[in-house]
Design a protein around this ligand. Structure first.
Ligand code: GTP
Ligand code: MG
Ligand code: ZN
Length: 280
């Protein structure tokens, strides 16, 4: 249910909440994991192992991996009219989601800040055109337009700090109200608010995972192939490149570059792809 570095909050089948500890020095579990437990005290459990995962969303740099959520079925990328969001982070999170076969939806929060709304929507339009749903809402005013997208899904909220992920949680999850006050108090100090991932039950079997704000989304764990597949509009062209190991940079007969020149693939997306590839 929640990850606190070296220990966890676990929920049993009957709804009881206990503290769980990993066996060794490592903490290899993520929010959303299903785990086998052994009781070590009235309110403490040893976590023996995790059960097979349907997905694992994580980011990585050259040195380490940071787990975000296990068993999610979709990623909800939360951006806002204000503060301004990073296209690069958004692209990376989409590629990570695609690599795990997760659906992605984009929430444009703080739609009540009307003066910045149009510009934010314009920045998201190319992604919307690719088929990613973009839902403009105000978590403060009314988050219910999001509910149909969450029903029956395990959704992980991902985004930069201050976009309103936890505000969304509080708007959508009855009973998370106690958390609201803590969060708004902490916010006044101007710090990152959410420090650990936490899973919340929605009605009708849906679940929502809140996660700490991200400043970067390293994709060191993804192969070149996974990255090119992560740009979904590239997919129909990849097989048509003359060379099977085409890097879609300056090779002759590159179908991706041709599609860019013909305006079928957007310039900005192609440039973002090249930037990601430069790290590999
Ligand atoms: N105007 C407006 N402000 C909002 C809205 N949603 C959230 N906020 C404000 O945005 C600030 C950040 O919200 P949080 O929910 O803490 O953001 P977060 O994404 O959880 O941030 P981290 O936990 O640091 O990652 C708070 O002051 C919220 O009150 C909205 O719809 N409209
Ligand atoms: Mg938060
Ligand atoms: Zn190519």
């Amino acid at each position: 249910m929640a990850v606190f570095g070296r220990h966890y909050e676990v929920e049993l089948g009957d709804g009881a909440r206990l503290t769980g500890f990993p066996r060794g020095k490592k903490s290899p579990y993520a929010c959303g994991d299903r785990v086998a437990l052994e009781r070590i005290a009235a309110d403490q459990m040893l976590i023996l192992r995790h059960l097979p995962r349907t997905s694992l969303l994580y980011r990585s740099d050259a040195y380490r991996e940071k787990l975000i959520a296990a068993n999610a079925t979709q990623i909800v990328l939360v951006v806002a009219t204000e503060p301004s969001f990073s296209d690069d982070l958004l692209t990376r999170a989409l590629v990570a989601a695609e690599s795990q076969g997760l659906a992605s939806i984009i929430v444009l929060n703080k739609a009540d800040l009307a003066e910045d709304l149009e510009q934010a929507q314009a920045r998201l339009a190319p992604l919307q055109a690719l088929g990613y749903p973009v839902i403009a809402i105000s978590a403060r005013a009314d988050a219910t337009p999001l509910l149909p997208f969450l029903a029956g899904e395990v959704s992980v909220l991902v985004g930069q700090s201050g976009m309103g992920k936890s505000t969304l949680i509080n708007a959508l999850v009855p009973g998370a109200a106690a958390v609201t006050r803590e969060i708004s108090t902490a916010l006044d100090s101007g710090k990152h608010t959410t420090t650990h991932a936490r899973l919340y039950h929605l009605g009708h079997g849906g679940m929502l995972i809140d996660s700490p704000g991200l400043q970067e989304f390293g994709l060191a764990h993804l192969s070149r192939g996974a990255i090119e597949q992560g740009f979904i509009e590239f997919r129909p062209h990849l097989k048509a490149c003359r060379f099977r190991d085409c890097r879609h940079q300056s090779e002759p007969g590159c179908a991706v570059k041709l599609a860019v020149e013909q305006g079928v693939i957007g310039h900005r997306r192609y440039e973002q792809f090249l930037r990601l590839m430069a790290e590999h």
